[in-house]
Design a protein around this ligand. Sequence first.
Ligand code: ADP
Ligand code: MG
Length: 435
Amino acid sequence: MKKWSIFRVNSVKKVILVQHLPFTGVIKYMRCRKSFAALALAAVLTVTGCGTANGTAGGVKTNTESESVPGTDSRGGENTGTAGRDGGAAAENESESSAKTAVKAREKDIHERTIFAMTTVMSLRVYHPDGEAILDKAEEEIRRIESLFSTGNPESEIAKINADGEGKLGADAVQLLDKSLSIYEMTNGAFDITIYPVMRAWGFTELYDDENLIEKENTPVDIPDAAALAEAVSLVDSSAIEFDPQTGEVRLPEGSEIDFGGIAKGYAAQRVIGLFEEMGVSSAMLDLGGNVQVLGTKPNGKDWKVGIRDPAGEHTVIGVIACRDRAVVTSGGYERYITGKDGKTYHHIIDPKTGYPAENGLVSVSIVCDDGTLADGLSTALYVLGKDGAAECWREHPDLFDAVLLTKDGKMYITEGIEDDFASDVYDAEVIRRA
Ligand code: ADP
Ligand code: MG
């Protein structure tokens, strides 16, 4: 059990908590409401990983239950084939204790790192004897991807394409654009990377470039008028992008600009998991600011437990997904926002049809999928689509992903595929079934 302490008071409503993990030297951050902080400080959290990778600027959305108690849940029980025979019990005990020893050894190989990248706090954990070197490579890869797709950095590949309106994309951008266009098709345009002019009209682009993001979020700003938004929305149309995935040649329509913000963290997570696999890691967990992705199982052979954070901040988690080799990515309108001079808050998931923050009755969407990039794009898109649109999209692709939807009026829905893997103490989730 690890104690949280207050690190910084960010605003009237929010604070940053910090947790020092014994033995590892790792520091965890959690950005949260004051009311939730009081609770956390008083109670000592039993579900760890609350905000594992979130803090100064990130969306605290998906939490990984990271409590692994060495030795208490070994896989010994699976090796009891000889039980009941003469001598079987002794053999069983021996194999059970060697299995326990193996689990303990694996658990000792834990290596963790917390970094700030892609405007969020990220935490990475691997179980491997060469963990530190592997984490160095992972961090390098994340920073490489960040430098390619940071719209605010004029030197980035994406900024250059936006400035020139055309160009030849590298291998990473080819993959991201290709996937973004398929998600655009899959979601009837709810996911549209040509959203950038609208993000700029709202001022979100400046927000992301600012280190004092939380203070900025709460400083009232002018919100764009309807005419300015209509003009920006007229430039949003992924179907007008000319793109040849074979050659990487891309041409954007006049005035159009691309923003991979809804999918880049998922891609980074997917790439890092790929790197881990190449380097022989069989157990790892990433939390890239709400984009959780796990490799294999926990070192004790059991499923990872990924908690979904409560958008209202009243509960530590509102549900837990047991999974292995999966991405669990959550989008919510509750984390990143701007405050208008009209006193309202405006979040950063935009309905490409209107140019306004999507208000289709959802407060949180989590996607469970074996592809982190797809999961990220879909979490943004299904948030835009709303519950019925999201259910329809899932019914068209029930084998591709699963979802947990939380509505504004306090109902939870899960898709059929995760029925047996999902548990919630807070909601009685209704199951969305195949047609
Ligand atoms: P987060 O980045 O907090 O994890 P999301 O994955 O939902 O959240 O991504 C939100 C980001 O996606 C926005 O900041 C913006 O860059 C981009 N975006 C917003 N609306 C859309 C949309 N309808 N389609 C594609 N990208 C979007
Ligand atoms: Mg997303």
